[in-house]
Design a binder for this molecule. Sequence first.
Ligand code: FAD
Length: 316
Amino acid sequence: MSSEQTLERAAEGAAQEAAEIPAYRPFHLQVLRTSRLSPSFVRVTFTGDDLAGFADNGFDQRIKVILPLADGTFTPLGDGADWYLRWRALPEALRNPIRTYTVRALRQAPRELDVDFVLHGDISPASRWATYAAPGDRVVVVGPNAACHGPTGGQEWAPPPGAARLLLAGDETAVPAIAAIAESLSGDVRARVLLEVPQAADALPLSVPPGVEVAWLPREGARHGELLVPAVREALSGLQASGGAAGPLEDVDVDAEILWEVPEPVSHGGDGFYAWLAGEAGVVKALRRLLVQEAGIDRSSVAFMGYWRQGRSEAG
Ligand SMILES: Cc1cc2nc3c(=O)[nH]c(=O)nc-3n(C[C@H](O)[C@H](O)[C@H](O)COP(=O)(O)OP(=O)(O)OC[C@H]3O[C@@H](n4cnc5c(N)ncnc54)[C@H](O)[C@@H]3O)c2cc1C
């Protein structure tokens, strides 16, 4: 075999190997400890040898948490990229509940993964599981695979280089993502962080650089968005964020589809403003109208993400 053929074979082998390594894969973990952070948040710290292969991408890294069936069991889904197809093909009774969460922190020594769960009652699968989670409880977390050579995805935080006026806003479900992003910001940006939470006691300590101004907005019984929407309006003027003429805005039916509008990451451009907004889909829809129609902000500078929908389970 010529040296050229050998190189070709090696390249083919590497390409095949890369194609077989999934960007996301199931990780088999167990609860190490739980800490009640506030009335509405419990931090569940997972551990397991499998975490050694979990990629540490930071920011708003999303994961899927596969919860046990009522009898405590997990229907095997394999360890490959086709876990979701396998899950979909199962009869309903054997399908473990799956919900979307955020990596709050990952530590490799010792192997620990923190996920902050909002407690909103003990009827729905994830909130109930988190309410009663105890050391030794098992879950499967589908997360980014460190063995994957390319990008693993699952993150939406992508400000253009040079964006120095930032807005991060969301409700309690977005607190873990916003906290991780805000704590990673450099000292030379100006950022407004708006966090609407159920109660004043849900304001958590955050370690952010001096240019980052954090406001906790306790609803204390008000409807979702009642405090967040006006606070975002005010923050826009403080950050001198306004655009040209308002563009047309097509309607999104948040009861029928997921509101998820995230601009493609760009390597340059923009006027230095970038916003990341997530939470209850109806509220995010109102924020979309505010930014795009009222303020005329370019949609390429804003990520809008409906994390959950009032009255609708993530299961559909
Ligand atoms: C990318 C992404 C990241 C997320 N990260 C986090 C995170 O780190 N922490 C976190 O707690 N959540 C997070 N969420 C939101 C979480 O996935 C939903 O809240 C999920 O619906 C909870 O599942 P459940 O089984 O408790 O309720 P479901 O079975 O999905 O819903 C049952 C009922 O509860 C309602 N409901 C769901 N969530 C809430 C809530 N927070 N408050 C009040 N009512 C609710 C629904 O409207 C529905 O009526 C994230 C969502 C996305 C898309």
